[in-house]
Write a protein that binds this ligand. Structure first.
Ligand SMILES: NC(=O)c1ccc[n+]([C@@H]2O[C@H](COP(=O)([O-])OP(=O)(O)OC[C@H]3O[C@@H](n4cnc5c(N)ncnc54)[C@H](OP(=O)(O)O)[C@@H]3O)[C@@H](O)[C@H]2O)c1
Length: 211
């Protein structure tokens, strides 16, 4: 199946490689097309470079928006038409950096980033917050673990999105575990209790239940 990945930076490039390693075909786009071209050349025939963000979405069943939180809304507005009917996967943390390099949360404490992003999507798009629950390095090194796969947590309010993101998570070499609905997305973010964990499915389920 085909997934579009918009944003081929730190996390988007790793998501692309992990999905391609499991047999997914990819349509890539980025602000600088050279970045998407370089990644596509490294991945090989499974990845093609699209002619911009809107073109990336055409023909893809799912779209990963591997973008900084502060540019998400602008890109969603740009591609809103073609997003209807698709799974939208968002790994973004609601963070930004001030002039002194200090990282801060761009949403009020306790406000769910998943709920905010859901409000930006057009009717008919199905959202899952996923693939941002680990640093890019940990994500790269934890895929296809044996004998037991490592877990990737996700959050969604939509049952069909849940089935679709579970397929993508398995394709990337992990076992999916639902943390809850979109109101739980804070648990997956930097600073959340489920962020940057490499755990087995049994450990994951006990962590979910313990909350
Ligand atoms: N890196 C990690 O370890 C990690 C782990 C988990 C979650 N996350 C989260 O994932 C999000 C992305 O992080 P990142 O580290 O991947 O950031 P990044 O390295 O800055 O990559 C962002 C990508 O977005 C692209 N982009 C910017 N504006 C765009 C536009 N209008 N259209 C298309 N592409 C656009 C950039 O393109 P150009 O490069 O061409 O400018 C770049 O490829 C953040 O919210 C972060 O918190 C990151």
């Amino acid at each position: 199946m085909t997934t579009a990945i918009i944003g081929t930076g730190g996390i988007g490039s790793v998501i692309a490689r992990q999905l391609a390693s499991g047999g997914e075909t990819l349509r890539l786009s980025s602000a600088d097309p050279a970045s998407a071209r370089t990644l596509a050349a490294q991945i090989g025939p499974a990845a093609v470079v699209a002619d911009g963000n809107r073109d990336a979405v055409q023909g893809a069943g799912a779209v990963v928006l591997a973008l900084r939180f502060t540019v998400l809304k602008g890109v969603i507005d740009e591609i809103a038409g073609p997003l209807a009917g698709k799974l939208v996967v968002v790994p973004s943390n609601p963070l930004s950096t001030d002039a002194h390099g200090n990282v801060f949360r761009v949403l009020p404490e306790g406000q769910s980033s998943g709920k905010v992003v859901a409000g930006w999507l057009p009717a008919g798009a199905r959202l899952a917050m996923a693939f941002g629950t680990m640093s890019a390095d940990l994500f790269r090194s934890s895929g296809h673990r044996s004998p037991e796969p490592a877990v990737l947590f996700y959050a969604t309010d939509d049952d069909r999105a849940g089935e679709e993101i579970e397929r993508l998570i398995r394709t990337a070499g992990f076992e999916p575990v639902k943390a809850g609905g979109l109101e739980q997305s804070g648990r997956l973010e930097v600073g959340g209790d489920l962020h940057d964990l490499v755990v087995s499915p049994a450990q994951a389920r006990s962590l979910i239940g313990a909350a």
